[in-house]
Design a protein around this ligand. Structure first.
Ligand SMILES: [Zn+2]
Length: 410
């Protein structure tokens, strides 16, 4: 293309992206071209969503169906504008990469964060993924603080924006540790009361497949598994992508065994969870048995080793909505409701009931462990996430640790 035609194309793309960002174009008409059969996850799914939920099909439609209408009870929802505060730093350690935010970029940033802010930051591997990558857990603040709040991201491959935002939150609070504040709460005070336990990328193989395709695979057996899943999904009509990397780039949420980790947690009634997908797939396959996957096992064991946890925010994309509920009853229900409401008030995101059982990390923590959790769906468009989405997501999510600390501190 000539420079002029490139310029024209850029201009058109920019305008379309801007319109989409302003919600003037419905999500499903996002200008980002996706392969025919994979544009909408609902459209690519053979089996209809389980009958149990009337509010949304499955928690993972959360990621692609932000147009889901909230039920009547959403009087609680707020339309408050996104919070304003200090502008995001123009640069820093954690920044969007060329492709989004890859596992090596996160590893490099973790090392730099420790080098720069080691006084208040530690991280460790809590286990390995199917393809041999580390699953990292970070402690931000004083590990001896009396209470713990958990933050997670990147459990779904294509939702790497969540990993980026969570990593940026770590840097934000570390860089402002002694001097920063929000909403009348000094960060230093917050860290006296709370340690933040952060799992920034629970599914590193999935993130790498979504961003870098089959070439990212490290072991021949895993490559064979993934090629078979692609062939099977093609035969089953779940994808029409011609090249395996198109299949990964627009769809991939699972781990490298084709198991959706956010369907694999050992919920006490895991056997009752219905996702509509019965074999390895780019999404929604819950696995051959509860907690069958090494990533699930590592996260479960780590969570159980932590003792009491006040609550957990799980960052996903997209939709600018907050999911809560999972059918929880009793006192934890009220606390979860109030937490979701606090997050909605701060971000301006839509408040959505989700009573469907998914065997997600959230379901397991809330239903089996009694910990309030909410799912924060960042960003307004479907993947692949333009870098422009980061700024808005960051603005909305930056102070959510303070919001959580204020909530649990009351
Ligand atoms: Zn997700």
């Amino acid at each position: 293309m000539t420079p002029r035609s490139i310029c024209a194309v850029c201009c058109v793309l920019c305008c379309l992206l801007l319109l989409a960002a302003c919600n003037e174009i419905p999500i499903e008409q996002s200008p980002i071209e996706l392969p025919e059969n994979v544009q909408s996850e609902q459209g690519s799914e053979q089996t209809p969503a389980p009958e149990q939920s009337t509010q949304k099909q499955t928690a993972e439609e959360t990621d692609s169906a932000p147009q889901t209408e909230a039920p009547k009870q959403t009087e609680a929802a707020t339309t408050a504008p996104p919070a304003t505060g200090k502008p995001a730093p123009a640069s820093g350690i954690v920044t969007p990469g060329e492709k989004g935010y890859t596992y090596p970029e996160m590893e490099e940033d973790l090392a730099l964060l420790q080098e720069t802010y080691g006084e208040h930051f530690t991280y460790e591997s809590i286990g390995k993924s199917v393809d041999g990558r580390e699953i990292y857990a970070c402690v931000v603040g004083n590990p001896e603080a009396p209470r713990k709040i958990m933050i997670t991201g990147g459990i779904h491959g294509r939702e790497y924006l969540g990993s980026l935002v969570v990593m940026k939150q770590i840097e934000h609070y570390l860089s402002g540790y002694d001097t920063g504040s929000f909403g009348g709460m000094r960060y230093a005070q917050m860290f006296e009361d709370f340690a933040f336990i952060v799992l920034p990328m629970i599914n590193p193989d999935g993130v790498m497949l979504a961003l870098c395709g089959i070439e990212s695979v490290q072991t021949p057996e895993v490559r064979q598994t993934l090629e078979k899943i692609f062939a099977d999904n093609t035969r089953e009509g779940l994808t029409s992508a011609e090249h395996i990397n198109d299949y990964f780039a627009y769809n991939w949420k699972s781990n490298a065994n084709g198991v959706d980790l956010n369907r694999n947690f050992a919920l006490s009634n895991w056997a009752d969870v219905k996702t509509g997908i019965l074999s390895p797939c780019f999404r929604n396959y819950k696995g051959p048995r509860a907690a069958s996957e090494p990533e699930t096992q590592a996260v479960s064991a780590y969570v159980q080793s932590l003792g009491e946890i006040e609550g957990m925010l799980a960052f996903h994309t997209a939709g600018q909505v907050v999911y809560w509920d999972c059918g929880v009853k009793g006192a934890v229900r009220q606390e979860t409701f109030d937490l979701a409401q606090a997050v909605c008030e701060h971000t301006g995101y839509k408040f959505i009931y989700d009573e469907h059982l998914d065997a997600s990390l959230n379901d397991w923590m809330t239903l089996d462990l009694g910990i309030p959790t909410v799912t924060v769906e960042l960003a307004s468009v479907i993947y692949p996430m333009p870098t422009s989405e980061f700024d808005a997501a960051w603005e909305q999510a930056r102070e959510l640790w303070v919001i959580a600390a204020q909530f649990f501190g009351e």
